[in-house]
Design a protein around this ligand. Structure first.
Ligand SMILES: [Zn+2]
Length: 339
């Protein structure tokens, strides 16, 4: 009788864990350590980006090492590391691609951001553009690595049946060297998309999620923003992401002193009806190759955008935590329910 009660209890716990999988236990344990503006520990994934990252510069090489070592040293699963090096306009560029694909699938969800900074603004740090987004990708990677490793039941039941892998891309050379034109911008994504067009890998991308300008403070000039839905082909994922955001806001605004505003508006369909590229970014060459794109970028842009003031003082750690949590839950939803 006693063992039977224990067995039933164990079963209930597993079911409860599965049904209520919001992974808050994981986030409570790791987030404030790994995504912090003050803690100097080696587990901090945000503060190392507090430097310029001009393509090919010693600072860029340092941050490349930091990112690569995160996948080499912190991960329990087998992540494939691919470096896409090339030269253009006298600069050395390196895109970094990290793949988690335990089931040898042929289909991928991509999460991407750019790690380079503007060349011609001396000392430009690019905290929202896009250091914070890069740190969110590092956190998301370790989350997926740990959760799928520790919760084998999720891995076995879901990843196998849906055969979906994850690719995390850190693009170099998003910024223009002189002035933004078609040929002076998005060096990294143009190079990688061409490469993957030749190899056929581009058609393996089921959904391409691009983060940019995430994590800034609200200011008097820009007190609020929307992250809009731009493309018909990805709108159903945008709606799903908005549900996850709603859930996050409900839970967080009830229990926390930090109030969060909603940023996703699935019924705001004006841009969706236009269904074309209105904000040029690293997704463009992938969009042109018919990849489904979710472009997560606030509009209006943060007040500090492309100024020397885009520094770590203007980051809002609650905003970074919010998007980290929402994107972790979104990734797990995509992996477990498929696309
Ligand atoms: Zn920029």
């Amino acid at each position: 009788m006693r063992t039977m009660i224990l067995q039933i209890w164990a079963l209930i716990s597993v079911v409860a864990k599965f049904v209520n999988a919001d992974y808050s236990e994981y986030h409570n344990k790791h987030m404030s350590q790994q995504l912090s503006l003050s803690n100097n520990s080696t587990s901090n994934l945000l503060l190392p980006f507090d430097t310029t990252r001009v393509p090919g510069s010693p600072e860029s090489l340092y941050i490349q090492d930091f990112i690569i070592n995160h996948y080499k040293r912190q991960m329990k699963q087998n992540w494939t590391i691919e470096l896409d090096n090339f030269q253009e306009n006298g600069y050395n560029y390196t895109n970094m691609i990290f793949t988690l694909d335990p089931t040898n699938s042929e289909k991928y969800i991509v999460f991407a951001a750019h790690y380079d900074t503007i060349v011609n603004i001396d000392g430009f740090i690019g905290a929202v553009d896009s250091a914070a987004s890069c740190s969110i990708l590092l956190y998301l990677s370790q989350f997926l690595d740990t959760v799928s490793f520790e919760d084998r039941y999720l891995l076995d039941k879901k990843w196998d049946s849906n055969e979906m892998g994850i690719k995390i891309i850190f693009f170099d050379g998003e910024e223009a060297i002189h002035e933004w034109t078609e040929t002076d911008s998005i060096y990294g994504s143009r190079h990688l998309s061409e490469k993957w067009m030749k190899t056929g890998e581009i058609s393996q991308i089921e959904l391409f999620i691009l983060l940019d300008l995430i994590g800034g403070k609200r200011t008097e000039k820009v007190p609020n923003w929307k992250i809009k839905s731009y493309y018909k082909s990805s709108h159903k994922y945008y709606q799903e992401l908005s549900h996850i955001e709603d859930k996050y806001l409900n839970e967080n605004n009830n229990t926390n002193t930090v109030a969060h505003e909603k940023e996703l508006f699935p019924t705001d369909v004006l841009y969706l009806m236009l269904n074309k590229v209105l904000i040029e970014d690293d997704h463009v060459p992938f969009y042109n190759a018919n990849v489904s794109i979710l472009h997560l970028i606030p509009f209006p842009f943060p007040e500090t955008w492309h100024t020397i003031n885009d520094s770590f003082e203007t980051l809002d750690i609650n905003e970074i935590h919010r998007w980290s949590t929402i994107l972790c839950n979104f990734a797990m939803k995509l992996l477990s329910d498929g696309l």
